[in-house]
Write a protein that binds this ligand. Structure first.
Ligand SMILES: Cc1cc2nc3c(=O)[nH]c(=O)nc-3n(C[C@H](O)[C@H](O)[C@H](O)COP(=O)(O)OP(=O)(O)OC[C@H]3O[C@@H](n4cnc5c(N)ncnc54)[C@H](O)[C@@H]3O)c2cc1C
Length: 323
């Protein structure tokens, strides 16, 4: 109660200021209580950077509850919350990947297993090669990471290469744990600001569909962000699972004996980081791609911190503007 009243009093008396970076924004928008107890430690965990070095370009993604909702929540009165995350569709089986498979079934011309390594401009259009095969096309719409796209092109000017090197991002390690009971249900996600716990977020996937785990079992995925090249990326899977299980067993409600399956995935390109040079660097790169007539979309394709819905929307709008 003390904790809550402190957050509420600080929120109602928050300072009037024009924030210039993420740390200042946390204080200005929510007051010292919520900023220091949750927002700042959580954001430090996910971004792995000093929050004074992060810009405000993406803060519209942070839920923006009304004053009334914050007061009601502090008093324990239920509010509607972040509505677009409250109501959504999710595949009954096959996880979110089944969305991509169902799109593929409708697009018989799509070639998969082709890693773009070289892109060359020709008089008739473009040649794209994976080192063995070549695809020709009149137009390029790229959704591969912007790093791979630029690195596949010849004669890239130094100013563009420098801008590319300046782009900042985080990788993610995803630790998956399956248990022999249905206990990991009833919540969709847990956000953990505690710096002593490795993961910043835990998601309970059986909550989205009962098809996501066998009957009588359940599982969680724990996400750990790291800057590229961080030593944690080369830690053994077993050690990562052991550490995450020990971190989470009390807050998530399982014991090491309950674990029946585990796996670890590492994803290099996971979170776009909006540092203070973001606009300058992306501006140089976008201008260059525009000058070549190359179109781009998607999260790392356009280097924007967007989710699946926004990626689909961006691609749809781009294609509608071209055809
Ligand atoms: C940990 C985590 C949790 C997330 N949770 C959610 C969520 O709950 N809801 C949500 O909506 N979004 C979520 N997202 C974001 C979502 O995953 C992305 O927004 C979305 O997948 C981006 O789609 P995309 O097509 O731009 O890129 P991707 O899905 O990354 O696709 C890019 C493709 O390009 C391929 N590729 C890379 N290099 C080359 C190359 N040289 N040649 C050919 N192909 C190449 C890759 O193999 C990949 O298949 C999450 C992301 C992360 C990292």
């Amino acid at each position: 109660m003390l904790f809550r009243s402190e957050c509420l009093i600080h929120f109602l008396n928050r300072p009037e200021m024009d924030p210039e970076n993420l740390e200042e924004w946390c204080y200005a928008r929510f007051g010292t209580g919520i900023a220091e107890k949750y927002l700042i430690p959580y954001n430090r965990k996910i971004w792995k950077r000093n929050l004074k070095e992060l810009s405000l370009l993406w803060v519209d993604r942070i839920p923006d509850p009304s004053r009334e909702d914050i007061v009601k929540s502090a008093l324990g009165i239920e509010t509607e919350g972040y509505t677009h995350q409250l109501n959504f569709f999710y595949p009954r089986s096959g996880g979110i990947e089944s969305l991509v498979h169902s799109l593929l079934e409708r697009l018989p011309k799509v070639q998969t297993g082709f890693r773009v390594r070289k892109i060359s401009k020709k008089s008739h259009g473009w040649e794209i090669s994976d080192g063995k095969r070549v695809i020709e096309g009149k137009r390029i719409i790229s959704t591969i990471p912007i790093f791979d796209l630029i690195n596949s092109l010849d004669n890239v000017p130094d100013r563009v290469r420098n801008a590319l090197e300046g782009l900042q991002y985080n990788s993610v390690i995803v630790v998956m744990i399956g248990v022999n009971h249905e206990g990991l249900k009833g919540r969709t996600a847990l956000y953990i600001p505690d710096p002593d716990i490795l993961a910043h977020r835990v998601c309970y996937l059986k909550e989205f569909s009962s098809g996501n785990a066998p009957i009588g079992k359940s599982h969680l995925i724990a996400e750990i962000t790291v800057p590229p090249g961080d030593p944690l990326l080369s830690l053994d899977d077993d050690k990562l699972v052991e550490r995450v299980a020990s971190d989470l067993k009390d807050i998530c409600g399982f014991s090491e004996d309950d674990i029946v399956a585990s796996d670890v995935k590492r994803l290099e390109y996971a979170y776009v980081v909006y540092d203070l040079e973001y606009e300058k660097n992306t501006g140089i790169i976008y201008d260059y791609l525009d000058s070549l007539g190359i179109y781009y979309a998607g999260r790392f394709g356009s280097f924007k911190y967007i989710n699946m819905d926004a990626c689909v929307d961006m691609s749809r709008k781009l294609v509608n503007s071209l055809y």
